[in-house]
Design a protein around this ligand. Sequence first.
Ligand SMILES: C[S@@+](CC[C@H](N)C(=O)[O-])C[C@H]1O[C@@H](n2cnc3c(N)ncnc32)[C@H](O)[C@@H]1O
Length: 229
Amino acid sequence: MNDSIGEFLVSARSFAEYEAFFDLGPDDLRGSVLDCPGGGASFTATAASRGVDAIAVDPAYAEPPAEVAARVRAELDRGNAWVTARTSRYEWGFHRDPESLTRGRTESARSFAADIAAHPERYRFGTLPDLPFADGAFDLVLSSHFLFTYADRLDRDFHLAALRELHRVARGQVRVFPQVDQAGGRLDNLVEELVRAFAEDGVRAERRRVPYEFQRGADSMLVLHSPGR
Ligand SMILES: C[S@@+](CC[C@H](N)C(=O)[O-])C[C@H]1O[C@@H](n2cnc3c(N)ncnc32)[C@H](O)[C@@H]1O
């Protein structure tokens, strides 16, 4: 079976998914939070509705909001087709079955579309490894399903540069999920190498188990600590 999803998918995960795979508690979501890349995820919309100063950044936001929303809607089919053709590679717990996954992602895309139309200032164009933010601009930085997910085309040097950039704009933690690639391949050597590179920079980096597993074996996140946290 083909193991490449093709172009970077502009996917639409929900706030509840982010809560689970980043193991977020109420204390984590205080102050400012960056979602990089935000894609069509509804994390920023829901977090902002709960009083969090949430910003999403993604190269896809170069287009006007209506076009980004249309692209996210079109991408739902590609994402769902990828999973439904490979159901045995996934743990069906958080998402009960492919139908409930599709319903959840469709709702998430709808919520994203409404928020980017009403609050375009929350959705900023930017491309790793160069983000348009000052050093230490965010209390928490979240990065889901870009780094590691696309390790088939993004090499070790790109990962290190991108993680250093996420760390630069964080005054608190950086959390990255998952640590497997799009086809479910484990990336332990790459993750360990990056943890060691951060240790050499004097930055504490750790792999931490999370209460979520959808792609088999994807049950931990990478945490980069900033001084003081
Ligand atoms: C699979 S989506 C993840 C979106 C969201 N975090 C989620 O989990 O639903 C991957 C995203 O990476 C974005 N992307 C592609 N190249 C990028 C880059 N160089 N820097 C940052 N984001 C990038 C794509 O536009 C796409 O929205």
